[in-house]
Design a protein around this ligand. Structure first.
Ligand code: ATP
Ligand code: MG
Length: 424
């Protein structure tokens, strides 16, 4: 097996990029986990340093126009540091890359800081949403060949990759990420997009409802990044903390992101999906979970843990179990058994406690009795969260895959529209 292509006798490793709304996963094919997970937001602030260097102004006309002098902040450490006029932006929308300028900044960063090698040396495999648009696929292809001068490129739907990661080429892939949950049939490695279903209920939704609940209880959600020190207080007692002394007010976009991260930690630590339809009596009988916020405030959370998570399943036609059953039932009769016996669960939001059990229950109640139902969920959190990346890492290192790449030469000869033929 080779990890990439042979150039002048040197074996060059292929790279795998898996973009999502929560983060971009990037690393070398054949490795078990991505080298890095980079938050899918970019920080932009005026570059104050440029104004202090008059020589630089003379050298470069662009630099004198201060609106062009922006500095970009990428990755957790930089994003989490409060900074004057730092605005945070998303570059993804509806599962697709939307702001290409910001996206390229993240790719530049990936090569410079994570891969620490030149893009010309590495074939690149990208994952994409099953609903990615033709024009966006071509644009990505064009950028990778024209700007990054990659030797070879390939695009694969993330659901197919998640199936590969779990040892399947045929599966019903249930992916719950930040912005959506989907049920996607994959048959012999190909995604049947027209039979896939998608809802906009994912981790972001849970964070939104959790935030509303916490705010309605007047719980202070000040993020850790703004707290200088805190005192130990008793259960449910008003927090006693000192804020960092900043000479500026952080922007709304930065605050919103940091509060979201604060609630996200609460969501991941506290929320749980109940075994069957939410029932307050049953939920109340389950031991509460104690949680401490960055301010030092802490208390028990009981039935609300289940009530908040219920939205993932109890949504009539948008519940995960319902979508899975409906998608499978829309497929041809003869492939249904293969799908039901390979229901692959992937995406960070499926790590919420109880997700697999509830999906299994809701799906089996809708599965024909003669059908064997098998839920396949990687145990490791990394494998579960990065299913598509791991599948890409496996695919790009298989010997027989090496002839599949779209090469730079093919791109030169046939243009970007070739991507639709090479990567259906
Ligand atoms: N241990 C965990 N428990 C619960 N939720 C988790 C856990 N880890 C991650 N998440 C949630 O998973 C979501 C991110 O999942 P994932 O990385 O699959 O999303 P993505 O692919 O970047 O986004 P999308 O699929 O919407 O484009 C976030 O909402 C995060 O809060
Ligand atoms: Mg995803």
């Amino acid at each position: 097996m080779t990890s990439g292509m042979l150039y002048g006798g040197d074996e060059i490793g292929a790279l795998v990029f898996d973009p999502g709304h929560h983060s971009l996963r990037v690393g070398y094919a054949q490795e078990d986990t991505p080298k890095a997970e980079i938050p899918a937001v970019i920080g932009v602030a005026p570059d104050e340093s440029i104004k202090l260097e008059p020589e630089a102004k003379q050298d470069n006309n662009n630099v004198t126009q201060s609106p062009n002098a922006w500095k970009y902040y990428i990755d957790t450490t930089f994003l989490y540091t409060p900074r004057n006029k730092l605005e945070l932006h998303n570059y993804m929308s509806e599962g697709m890359i939307d702001n290409w300028d910001y996206f390229e900044k993240i790719i530049d960063y990936s090569y410079d800081k994570i891969i620490q090698s030149q893009s010309e040396y590495h074939p690149v495999l990208f994952s994409e949403s099953p609903w990615n648009q033709r024009q966006k696929r071509e644009k990505l292809c064009e950028i990778m060949f024209e700007k990054y001068k990659v030797p070879a490129f390939y695009l694969v739907k993330n659901a197919a990759l998640a199936a590969f990661a779990n040892g399947r080429s045929t599966a019903l892939v249930i992916d719950s990420g930040a912005t959506h949950t989907s049920a996607v049939p994959v048959v012999d490695g190909y995604v049947l997009t027209h039979l896939a279903l998608n809802s906009s209920i994912g981790g972001d939704y849970l964070i939104r409802v959790a935030k509303e609940m916490l705010e309605s209880q007047n719980i202070d959600l000040t993020p850790a990044a703004l707290i200088a020190s805190k005192e130990v207080v008793r259960d449910k007692e008003k927090p006693k903390y000192i804020k960092k002394n900043l000479s500026f007010t952080p922007t709304n976009s930065w605050m919103a992101y940091m509060v979201k991260k604060t609630v996200q930690d609460f969501q991941q630590s506290v929320l749980q999906v109940s075994e069957s339809l939410y029932d307050e009596r049953i939920a109340s009988s389950i031991p509460a979970v104690h949680y401490e916020f960055p301010t030092g405030y802490h208390q028990d959370f009981g039935p609300e843990r289940f009530k908040l998570a219920e939205g993932l399943f109890d949504q009539a036609v948008l519940g995960a179990g319902y979508m899975a059953a409906t998608s499978a039932s829309m497929c041809e009769v003869d492939i249904r058994p293969a799908l039901y016996s390979s229901v692959v669960i992937t995406g960070g939001n499926t790590l919420i406690q109880g997700f697999s059990e509830r999906l299994s229950k809701d799906l089996s109640s809708r599965t024909p009795g003669s059908m064997r139902l098998k839920i396949i969920a990687a145990n490791g959190t990394v494998e579960r969260r990065f299913g598509a990346w791991v599948g890409g890492s496996i695919l790009a290192s298989i010997g027989t895959f090496q002839q599949m790449w779209m090469s730079a030469q093919e791109y030169q000869e046939a243009g970007k529209s070739q991507i639709d033929r090479k990567c259906p």
